[in-house]
Design a protein around this ligand. Structure first.
Ligand code: PMP
Ligand code: GLN
Length: 403
């Protein structure tokens, strides 16, 4: 039995559903499922990371930077070249005019930007953070770390669009932050303009901040991504967060950023400088080079992923699953009830052994009390090479329906 260590770690582990009955913490579901895939030799469609390198210019710029001595602490806000590239990117894609010196902060991945934003903006146990559920697993843990209360708005299979009335019911005078992940992990949904407008209206009505997580901004299939910060009245109360990890297939580099009005960015910086201070010196100019790639390059990124989404979706349907067709992201969610599965948690572990494919049960993305609502749902990642997806789909076609 381990010693009982007092402190907020327990709240964080519990918030993320990682506290075991014996008081120890378990690894995140992503690490757990990747380890299961490695152990069983199963194809890993669990943890969302690509199995191919991103653009050569990005990789070469990092190599050059290391070779040319860009290996010491970069400035706290990030190197000027990257902050300028982020500002130019926001202008080019969203028409947002940012001052790279005041409106941009480089972080250790989107994760640090999320952590620093929540720690900066919430102030104790009476403060509430509204999120859409299922949510990216870090959200519950970070809200717990910040000592605030998590309030959720449900997203239901198959379209995963929130009911605007449920959002109105969730936001109140206690709401300090509305945390929006659009495009959305794990469901692959993109929120409607009506919903985004309602988020802005409610933030004004209740004087709340908006924090947006847009790490999948370039992995959208039908429509262009529209950031909340570009909506009327949103800019002055919104911290927008993104990262180079997904766009440039460099998830292990952890170069992210927060953009927003100067006073909000100052507040996030105040926290961020005592989390990591700085990081990723040679990777920062490399991500700057990526952000300067052509419009055609960005379009081909989503075109390539759309083909993979379709390949995976066809295979999942052929295997008998009910498939929610994602509008964006790496991910496709299926309902496995159609093949007789009621406990996707157990099924995902068995499937690694019996079928040789790993997916993530959606129970990993909800509070314990919501687990029954998602008990038969599974997330599969499409960000793998076509032959890998074909092999996975072939294996899944052997799935025996259960009764
Ligand atoms: N938010 C969401 C919705 C994500 O899917 C991820 C990536 N796993 C992150 C944040 C974290 O991004 P980063 O790796 O840049 O910290
Ligand atoms: N964002 C990735 C996913 O959702 C992986 C994140 C992680 O491993 N923490 O699968």
């Amino acid at each position: 039995m381990p010693r009982t260590i007092p402190g907020p770690w327990r709240r964080v582990a519990d918030g993320a559903g990682l506290l075991s009955a014996d008081g120890t913490t378990r690894p995140t579901i992503f690490a757990d499922m990747s380890a299961l895939a490695a152990r069983t030799g199963a194809i890993n469609l669990g943890q969302g990371f690509p199995d191919e390198d991103g653009p050569a210019v990005v990789l070469d710029t990092a190599r050059d930077a290391i070779a040319h001595g860009v290996n010491q602490y970069p400035p706290g806000r990030g190197v000027a070249e990257l902050r300028e590239a982020i500002a130019a990117h926001q202008q080019r894609f969203y028409g947002l005019h940012l001052d790279p010196d005041r409106h941009v902060l480089v972080t250790a991945g989107a994760t640090e930007a999320l952590a620093a934003s929540l720690l900066a903006l919430v102030d104790g146990p009476d403060d509430e953070v509204v999120v859409f559920e299922p949510y990216y697993d870090a959200y519950a843990a970070l809200v717990a770390l910040a000592g605030a209360r998590l309030v959720t708005v449900p997203l239901r299979f198959p379209d995963f669009q929130p009911d605007p009335q449920a959002l109105r019911d969730a936001v109140s005078a206690r709401t300090r932050v509305i945390l929006v992940n659009d495009p959305h992990n794990p469901t692959g949904s993109v929120f409607s303009e009506e919903l985004r407008t309602e988020v802005v209206r409610l933030a004004h009505e209740h004087d709340a901040w908006i924090v947006t997580d847009e790490v999948y901004e370039h992995l959208v299939f039908q429509v262009r991504h529209e950031p909340i910060a570009a909506m009327p009245g949103a800019w002055e109360r919104t911290v927008s967060i993104s990262s180079g990890g997904k766009t440039f297939s460099t998830t292990g580099w952890k170069v992210g950023w927060a953009t927003g009005p100067a006073d909000l960015i100052e507040a996030v910086l105040a926290v961020k400088q005592y989390l990591t201070y700085t990081g990723g010196a040679p990777f920062q100019p490399a991500i700057a080079a990526g952000l300067a790639l052509t419009d055609d390059w960005f379009a081909s990124l989503s075109d390539t992923l759309r083909v993979k989404r379709d390949l995976l979706g066809r295979g999942l349907r052929a295997a008998g699953f009910d498939v929610s067709v994602p509008a964006a992201t790496y991910f496709t969610v299926v309902d496995a009830r159609a093949v007789g599965v009621v406990d996707a948690d157990r099924f995902c572990r068995e499937m690694a052994e019996s079928v040789g494919v790993v997916g993530v049960p959606l129970t990993a993305f909800v509070r314990p009390e919501e687990r029954p609502a998602v008990a038969s749902l599974i997330r599969f990642a499409a960000c793998k090479r076509a032959p890998v997806l074909e092999e996975a789909v072939g294996r899944l076609s052997q799935l025996q329906p259960r009764d």
